[in-house]
Write a protein that binds this ligand. Structure first.
Ligand SMILES: [Fe+2]
Length: 260
């Protein structure tokens, strides 16, 4: 398990990025948005904002076109931050290709890391050939083992698919098949304070059974919340700031890139 040198009494600040959907061709568009330009604007905003993170979490759908080149673009974009970048796959990722490009520092793939008094575990919720997700028995066991091995007082779990229903008929048909099982395992662990996800391209922030469940909009196009059918929203690209307190508190805000 990766260790961090952060003093246990300090807050850990995290930049959460999700669903950049990059292409080999940097001019590639997803529903009218050039996804490379959109990610670049998000990173430029973060770097000029004055708010500094110690690490970056990325919750999947890094690429859109199955290409290795798009992962190289992602590495190029994120390397300039000079921060550790913890990545998990989404349904649009090609897991063997992603793993081969994002396993060397400063990147890691589905890692368990300790930072201050927190343990952060990235899990794979993807199923080949299926837009929805399912956390396999092996991943559930790996999650339990990581928590049981750690003395951390607080746990954050990162995954691509939402571990709750979104109230959006089309999105809930491509959600996490075994979300109830996952939520009950997280509750059983007793130390899980929050779960962080992507996939839905919209904001979500609610508590379920004492666990804060956080969804973050994409760095490119968003989906319309609570929609029965597929619908694109006109909200701009976004990222999330997270501050994880030594006491288990978690404060967070979404930053919208209004001029994108
Ligand atoms: Fe996505």
């Amino acid at each position: 398990m990766a260790q961090d040198s952060s003093p246990a009494n300090e807050t850990t600040r995290v930049l959460h990025l999700t669903d950049p959907h990059l292409f080999a061709d940097k001019s590639g568009e997803l529903r009218g948005t050039v996804t490379w330009d959109s990610l670049s604007r998000v990173l430029d905003h973060y770097e000029s904002s004055g708010w500094k993170a110690e690490r970056v979490f990325v919750t999947g759908d890094i690429i859109q076109d199955d290409s290795a080149e798009a992962y190289r673009h992602f590495v190029e974009a994120l390397s300039s931050l000079g921060l550790p970048v913890h990545c998990i796959p989404g349904n649009h990722d090609v897991r063997p290709v992603m793993r081969s490009h994002l396993s060397a520092a400063p990147f890691d793939y589905c890692a368990a890391i300790e930072c201050g008094r927190w343990l952060v575990v990235g899990i794979d919720s993807c199923v080949d050939g299926y837009a929805g997700g399912r956390v396999s028995d092996e991943e559930l066991e790996r999650l339990d083992a990581a928590i049981n091995r750690s003395d951390a007082e607080h746990v954050l779990v990162c995954l691509h698919h939402p571990p709750v229903e979104m109230g959006s008929a089309w999105l809930d048909t491509v959600g996490l098949d075994n979300r109830a099982l996952l939520l009950s395992r997280l509750a059983q662990a007793g130390r899980v304070r929050a779960a962080l996800f992507g996939h839905v391209h919209q904001v979500y922030d609610e508590e379920h059974g004492g666990i804060r469940i956080l969804g973050t909009p994409s760095t490119c196009r968003q989906f319309l919340p609570m929609s029965e059918e597929f619908a694109v929203d006109n909200q701009p690209p976004a990222y999330r700031r997270i501050e994880m307190g030594a006491d288990g508190s978690l404060s967070t805000e979404i930053v919208w890139i209004e001029d994108a």
